[in-house]
Design a protein around this ligand. Structure first.
Ligand code: MTE
Length: 303
């Protein structure tokens, strides 16, 4: 994600640095591929099906290759610098159209429901992807507790603003604080998660501790990190990327391979750790569950 416009280069053509470190895996994959080429077609299809699409990306990649501009725009910056973020005590302020606004201690939110594991694909607009075993509380369970009213059409989320803890906020990389939003039906959808951890452990700071959003059918930039405010609104929230660069990032941000980013195609993606690019699926593979939310909408215009 870049606000500045670098030379037009397809980001999926840039070999991620971790691939260089994967020579052994490359050799293993190459051996498997050549073995597969010797199989008859039916056996080859079965072999392909067995290649689990939801095999989790290694923990070290999920926690070392991040976007969290509050700690810099480099992929390694969050892992390097996010230890300065203090995640206890932590308060989430709830505002707007609901019966129970207020300041909630993190512990009050965590007490609402034990987090459950959900393995979701994460697809970034930069054309890389991962599979993440999240721990989280379904967002609708949390929002229901605040009793949104009929005027609550949208939910706005805000990240902590504290340049002392977040060195990126001392720069003008983005318009701080980071803000994201969902339509209320998207927020209440059972797939939407308020993540509290991954790989069975607490969320590392670089992944958005102590609470971050996960909306698996949308591009990763909707997954706002280190949330301190939840506001129920009547109007569509002004989200950070969409207001900073409306030609490139829309409010809906549904993974849609037929809508190109202005500077690159969104048709393919490279799963971190894979050698080859794969086709990007509409709604990131969750179309069966979520396409109905957008019935009648033109998703080329509402990107
Ligand atoms: N949240 C905040 N507060 N700041 C950010 O810069 N980056 C977004 C999203 N949430 C971002 C953020 C982007 S662009 C992506 S792709 C995902 O976080 C990356 O999540 P991950 O680092 O856990 O993979």
């Amino acid at each position: 994600m870049l606000i500045q416009k670098p030379a037009a280069i397809d980001p999926s053509e840039i070999t991620p640095p971790e691939l260089y470190a994967r020579r052994r895996e490359f050799l293993k994959t190459a051996a498997l591929l050549s073995a597969a080429a010797l199989l008859p077609p039916v056996a080859r299809d079965a072999a392909a099906a067995a290649d689990d699409d939801l095999k989790p990306t290694p923990y070290k990649d999920i926690t070392a290759y991040n976007n969290f501009y509050e700690f810099g725009s480099g992929k390694e910056d969050p892992a390097r610098y996010a230890s300065s973020l203090k995640t206890r005590p932590w308060t989430v302020t709830v505002e707007g159209h609901c019966a129970k606004p207020g300041a909630y201690a993190l512990e009050d939110i965590l007490a609402l429901q034990a987090p459950e594991e959900r393995i979701y694909r994460l697809r970034c607009v930069e054309a890389w992807s991962m599979v993440v075993p999240w721990l989280g509380i379904p967002l609708h369970k949390v929002l229901a507790h605040f009793q949104p009213t009929a005027s609550a059409q949208y939910v706005e989320f805000t990240t902590l603003l504290d340049p002392a803890q977040m060195p990126g906020q001392r720069t003008r990389l983005l318009d701080w604080p980071y803000v994201e939003g969902l339509r209320i039906d998207e927020a209440m959808h059972p797939l939407t998660l308020l993540a509290t951890g991954l790989y069975g452990k607490e969320l590392p700071n670089q992944n958005g501790a102590p609470l971050r959003l996960v909306t698996p059918w949308k591009y990763g930039f909707k997954s706002i990190k280190s949330i301190v405010k939840i506001r129920f609104t009547e109007q569509q929230p002004r989200t950070t990327w969409a207001s900073g660069n409306p030609d490139e990032y829309g409010f809906y941000a549904n993974v849609n391979p037929v809508v190109d980013h202005p500077r690159w195609s969104q048709k393919k993606e490279r799963r971190i750790g894979d050698l080859f690019r794969r086709d990007t699926l509409p709604f990131n593979g969750y179309a069966d569950q979520v396409a109905g939310l957008y019935a009648g909408m033109d998703l080329r215009r509402n990107f």
